[in-house]
Design a protein around this ligand. Structure first.
Ligand SMILES: NC(=O)c1ccc[n+]([C@@H]2O[C@H](COP(=O)([O-])OP(=O)(O)OC[C@H]3O[C@@H](n4cnc5c(N)ncnc54)[C@H](OP(=O)(O)O)[C@@H]3O)[C@@H](O)[C@H]2O)c1
Length: 252
């Protein structure tokens, strides 16, 4: 199949790119600023595909998902390069934490624009191709903070909105053979959590996550769920919120 993954240069997105390639899928993925990381992700995916005996096409594209004109231009280019697309994964995301009382307009807008507007633009753009194919799998990456998290009003609002967008897509396009689901990751070891996750949340996770030593998730464990949703096993799963949290779906 053909995958389009936003935010595939690092972290969870890079894990999804590599896993998909290793399972024989062609992958177009995006980054916003980190060209070196995007190239490293591409090379890792190509190596994984080769090791598994697959000959696949992997390409990266610079894209700021906040910009609808750029989303249109990149999706057109992707469709020219790959000719079709079947699996759309909205993984690009940022956080700009602050308490509501101190949150600047820019912090609010940046997170809403990246984490909610972006997936909307991407889905709107590719839905025509998926409809034409009468097949599509949309997977939107949320967060346990969709239920609210201290200092994360912007992030929580964006992720909760992503659930509404996804469930609507499921209802509007299910009849056309397109499923749309949300994955809710717990805590995974990525730049985002390493650089910005408050210590209080890390301590809480370690203490209460019912996994050995309260471990964080591995990106391959998240990527495997995306692969499942794109496979026959996911064909009748539509409009669902799937927790991949190790059993701890709540934070402070
Ligand atoms: N890590 C976790 O534990 C965790 C938990 C819950 C939910 N999530 C969600 O999982 C997703 C991935 O998180 P992560 O931890 O892997 O993050 P990460 O390591 O910080 O990577 C973020 C990715 O998003 C891209 N990106 C950021 N802003 C963008 C924009 N405006 N347009 C296009 N791409 C943009 C980055 O590109 P560059 O490399 O070019 O900067 C990078 O590829 C996010 O949606 C996040 O909210 C993560």
């Amino acid at each position: 199949m053909h995958y389009f993954v936003t935010g595939g240069s690092r972290g969870i997105g890079a894990g999804i790119v590599e896993y998909a390639a290793a399972h024989g899928h062609h992958v177009a993925f995006t980054y916003v600023a980190n060209a070196a990381a995007a190239e490293a992700s591409k090379l890792a995916a190509e190596a994984a595909a080769k090791e598994a005996g697959h000959d696949v096409q992997i390409r990266h594209y610079q894209l700021d998902v906040k910009d609808p004109a750029a989303v249109e231009a990149v999706s057109d280019q992707v469709l020219e390069d790959f000719e079709t697309m079947e699996v759309i994964v909205n993984c690009a995301g940022v956080n700009r934490d602050n308490l509501v009382v101190s949150m600047a307009d820019e912090e609010w807008r940046e997170v809403l624009a990246t984490n909610l507007d972006g997936p909307f633009y991407v889905c709107r753009q590719f839905i025509q191709t998926l409809m034409a194919n009468r097949f599509g799998r949309i997977v939107n990456i949320s967060s346990i903070q969709h239920e609210g998290g201290t200092g994360q009003a912007n992030y929580a609002a964006a992720k909760a909105g992503l659930h509404g967008l996804t469930k609507t897509l499921a209802k509007e396009y299910g009849r056309r053979g397109i499923t749309a689901n949300v994955i809710v990751p717990g805590f995974f070891d990525t730049d985002m959590t390493r650089e910005t996750m408050p210590q209080v949340n890390k301590d809480y996770w370690k203490q209460y996550c019912p996994m050995p030593k309260g471990r964080m998730g591995k990106v391959s464990e998240l990527a495997a769920v995306v692969e499942f949703l794109a496979s026959e096993g996911g064909a009748f799963i539509n409009g669902e919120v799937i927790n991949v949290t190790g059993g701890l779906g709540w934070t402070v």
